[in-house]
Write a protein that binds this ligand. Structure first.
Ligand SMILES: [Zn+2]
Length: 144
């Protein structure tokens, strides 16, 4: 994990939901970083997990006239809302031949270059709906 990002996360004040005390880098809470996950443990023993990874949750493939299009579903930093990446671009960026090489793809997405690329290129489900409605002539319920 990038050191600036790590410092930013641990300097952010957290109110412990268990005992109500304030956790920041000055209080005596414990901080640990393991596999890109930050663990902040309050003096009362309550632990907060801050996931700093991009995780891959699956993919969809569509074959049209011999051309296969893949969409990769990811989560960024433990957020619940899914984001998507063009699977075809991910494949070439991560240097894999098949979209189901998810471990290799995930490790690329968590490299410095991969993370930057993913954050710039990830789109939401809403973007996807807009894209599809544009491809059928820009007709959707908003501009009839
Ligand atoms: Zn506490």
């Amino acid at each position: 994990m990038d050191i600036n990002r790590f410092l930013k996360e641990i300097k952010t004040e957290l109110i412990c939901e268990s005992c109500g005390c304030v956790l920041n880098h000055k209080t005596n809470c414990a901080v640990a970083l393991k596999d890109e996950i930050i663990y902040r443990t309050c003096q009362c023993g309550h632990t907060y997990k801050i996931d700093g990874r991009i995780t891959v949750h699956g993919y969809q493939s569509k074959n049209e006239k011999g051309t296969t299009t893949h969409i990769l579903e990811i989560r960024i930093d433990g957020q619940l809302i899914p984001k998507y990446l063009s699977g075809n671009e991910v494949k070439s960026k991560a240097g894999v031949n098949r979209i189901n090489q998810l471990e290799k793809i995930e490790s690329y997405l968590n490299s410095d270059a991969g993370r930057l690329w993913a954050l710039e290129n990830a789109f939401s489900e809403f973007d996807l709906i807009l894209q599809q409605s544009e491809s059928i002539g820009g007709k959707n319920e908003f501009n009839q």
